[in-house]
Design a protein. Structure first.
Length: 285
């Protein structure tokens, strides 16, 4: 007789990875709190970080419950697994890209209201409507079959839906990276300090040269901090883009990727990596 559902080795693997990911998220949150002792992100950015963390923890708990607890031994459980995967994955991605769009707004136009920033508005609409529309399409008729030949649950989305999500992820990731590079280019220009201090010294012991020197030092320090922040944003967006492409390529090319535990764990890995990148970016700025 064919055993329906997950085997003990698979359940053990799922539990081990879920525990490891939960530890990473907890470690990331601890580092995030420590790194932000003297700085606070915007309220909207803070909310997006919390949403990402909540989605990540919920996703880990769902995967552990479905795979190790229930075992995906029925067709109903199989359908619940794919819908959970689509919903959690899309929620995490939307929160992630909104976080990056908020970073663009903070660096590019910090004194402009969000609803007056065209880049922010276009980015939010593209993310919410684009990824939201693809998610709705994926939820209409996802692939979920409990095989009676080997007892494994196989889940996934249609190939055209997978191509749509790859295209949208690539487009948003590329645009964000291009914007960060565009903002970074002017700051790479020479920040050499003009030799005004020597001229001021000849004028006597006025305090003005000291004030000017301190002001120039502050400006240079601010530029250096901005450059570091922008470089981190570029690296982070590239890591996110590469992570998403690898995940989707695995799903499209590897025949075992549709097994429920493989599909759920690869998508979960994508979300956990995204959260860790978000924490790293927030700790540094």
């Amino acid at each position: 007789d064919v055993v329906m559902g997950q085997r003990p080795p698979v359940r053990t693997l799922v539990v081990a990875l879920c525990l490891a990911y939960m530890f990473l998220l907890a470690l990331g949150q601890a580092g995030l709190r420590y790194g932000r002792m003297n700085r606070r992100p915007t309220q909207f950015m803070e909310m997006l970080i919390l949403v990402q963390f909540f989605v990540g923890v919920s996703y880990i708990a769902s995967v552990a419950l479905l795979e190790a607890g229930l075992g995906l031994a029925t067709d109903r459980q199989c359908h619940v697994a794919i819908r959970t995967c689509i919903g959690m994955y899309s929620s995490g991605k939307i929160a992630l890209y909104l976080f990056f769009i908020e970073r663009v707004h903070v660096v590019r136009a910090p004194l402009v209201r969000r609803f007056r920033d065209r880049v922010w508005i276009i980015g939010v609409l593209m993310t919410v409507l684009g990824l939201g529309g693809i998610t709705g399409y994926e939820l209409v008729s996802p692939h979920a079959v409990l095989s009676h030949a080997d007892g494994y649950c196989r889940i996934g989305v249609a190939s055209d839906a997978a191509i749509c999500i790859i295209t949208m992820d690539t487009l948003i990731g590329t645009l964000l990276t291009a914007i960060f590079i565009g903002i970074l280019r002017p700051s790479l220009r020479s920040t050499a300090i003009r030799p005004e201090a020597g001229m001021d010294r000849r004028r006597g012991s006025s305090i003005m040269p000291i004030i000017r020197q301190k002001k120039r030092s502050t400006e240079v320090s601010a530029r250096q901090h901005l450059k570091v922040m922008l470089w981190r944003n570029i690296i982070g967006s590239c890591v996110i883009l590469a992570n998403t492409l690898i995940n989707n390529i695995i799903f499209l090319t590897w025949k075992y990727a549709m097994r429920s535990h493989v599909c759920l764990l690869t998508c979960l890995t994508d979300i956990v990596v995204s959260i860790m990148v978000t924490n790293w970016l927030t700790m540094g700025s």
